[in-house]
Structures are given as structure tokens and as C-alpha cells.
Design a protein around this ligand. Structure first.
Ligand SMILES: Nc1ncnc2c1ncn2[C@@H]1O[C@H](COP(=O)(O)OP(=O)(O)O)[C@@H](O)[C@H]1O
Ligand SMILES: [Mg+2]
Length: 211
């Protein structure tokens, strides 16, 4: 269980104060919706450790995440776009998810296994020519390789056409269940929330309320 209790933050003295409490279970998608500017990305930045809370707790299976720096937190982040390095091939982008110092042969076989599982073998040597949907698939492949317990998604399907959106969305649902991820989906698309989420919170006036 990923749990926040009164995780408090403000950008400045005269601005909105945030007080976030929520629970997200392993193997499920927890959705957060809210108007533009309501603080959805701020919430993800707090979870990822890019922002430090003023008070409150954030735990994963009881372990405190707050003292951990972003790169040591057990999570991956997927944005609407720009998740990949365009000068690297799909294979190279996926390989960035390998743990540091892993044996080359072992690393190579893990990358190939993930590319195959995600249906990316034919695209592995392409770089900037990948479509938006293909790029999100590559980014998900890298996430799969990283194998972190928490997946943070900030409007990850917004740049995709309807058909591709449904495919990538289904993939997120399948991977979340099979890998036991705690997936937090920020979206203002009711469709995505209905299709994927077990739990849904609305973000308003700095607070999360079960929807
Ligand atoms: N670095 C920052 N400094 C000050 N205010 C910020 C900063 N980043 C975002 N904000 C403000 O905080 C509010 C919430 O932003 P954000 O979390 O990006 O909302 P959302 O993702 O829901 O659109 C907005 O009013 C935004 O202008
Ligand atoms: Mg945002």
C-alpha cells in the first residue's frame, strides 16, 4: 500500500496550501482528477521527491519515502510526452532502465526480453521516427525493466489518437496487475478513469476527496 497522510505543501506564503491524504493498493490504478491548475502535477512532484513536503507522511508498505532522494525512490514517472531521448534508439532508451553495473550479457538479454514482451522487436533500432504511441510503449518497456513498485502517470495518453490511447491504456492496466504496481494516474478524461481505476480521487482546493 502506498499511503499519504496529510502531506502538506505550499509554493509560497500567499498561495494554495495542499494537504494530501490517499491510499493506493498494489496491482491497481488509483486515479486523480481535477481542473487545470488544481495541483495534480504538484502532487506527483511530492510523491516523486522533486518537492519536499512541509509535514505529513508518505509510506510504501510502511516504509517512509520522504527522506529518499528522487533517484532512490522506488518509482517511475511517465509524462504526456518527451519521455525518451530522441537521439537514442528504442533499444537504447529501454536499456537506460537497467540497474547500474549489471553484467553486459545479462543486461542485453533482459532488454531483448522486455522488447519482445512489449511487441517492440521490429522497432528496436528506430529513434526519432517512432510515433507518439510507439514512444509511450518504449517508455513503458523501460518502466517494466526498472521494475519499481510505484508508477506515476501524468496525463500519459493525452497526446495519443483514440485507437492508440486505448491500446496503451490497456497495456498500463495489464502491467499494473501483472507486476503488482501501485499506479497513480493523473487524468481529466473520465474514459480513462472508468477503464482503468479501482479508486478515484478528485483534487479540489488542495485536498483529495474520494469520488
Ligand atoms: N514552481 C512553481 N512555483 C509556484 N507556483 C507553481 C509552481 N508550479 C506550479 N505552480 C502553481 O501551482 C498550481 C498547481 O499547478 P499544477 O500542480 O501544475 O496543476 P495541474 O497539474 O493540476 O494543472 C498552479 O496554480 C500553478 O500555477
Ligand atoms: Mg499538470
Amino acid at each position: 500500500m502506498l499511503r499519504a497522510e496529510h502531506l502538506a505543501f505550499a509554493y509560497g506564503a500567499e498561495t494554495q496550501t495542499y494537504d494530501f491524504s490517499f491510499e493506493a493498493e498494489a496491482g491497481t490504478v488509483t486515479a486523480v482528477s481535477g481542473a487545470s491548475g488544481s495541483g495534480k502535477s504538484t502532487l506527483l512532484d511530492l510523491l516523486a521527491g522533486f518537492l519536499a513536503p512541509e509535514s505529513g507522511t508518505l509510506t510504501l508498505d510502511g516504509a517512509d519515502l520522504v527522506p529518499l532522494s528522487p533517484e532512490t525512490r522506488p518509482l517511475s514517472l511517465l509524462l504526456q510526452s518527451d519521455n525518451l531521448f530522441d537521439h537514442l534508439t528504442a533499444r537504447e532508451n529501454v536499456a537506460l532502465g537497467l540497474p547500474k553495473g549489471m553484467d553486459r550479457t545479462e543486461g542485453h538479454s533482459r532488454v531483448e526480453a522486455v522488447l519482445a514482451r512489449m511487441g517492440l522487436e521490429g522497432l528496436a533500432d528506430q529513434a526519432a521516427t517512432l510515433s507518439g504511441g510507439q514512444k509511450q510503449r518504449v517508455a513503458l518497456a523501460r518502466t517494466l525493466l526498472r521494475d519499481r513498485a510505484v508508477l506515476l502517470l501524468d496525463e500519459p495518453f493525452s497526446a495519443l489518437d483514440d485507437e492508440t490511447r486505448k491500446t496503451i491504456r490497456a497495456l498500463v492496466g495489464e502491467l499494473t496487475a501483472s507486476e503488482g504496481w501501485h499506479t497513480i494516474l493523473v487524468s481529466h478524461h473520465e474514459d480513462d478513469i472508468v477503464a482503468l481505476a479501482t479508486r478515484h480521487y478528485r483534487l479540489e482546493k488542495g485536498r483529495l476527496t474520494p469520488a
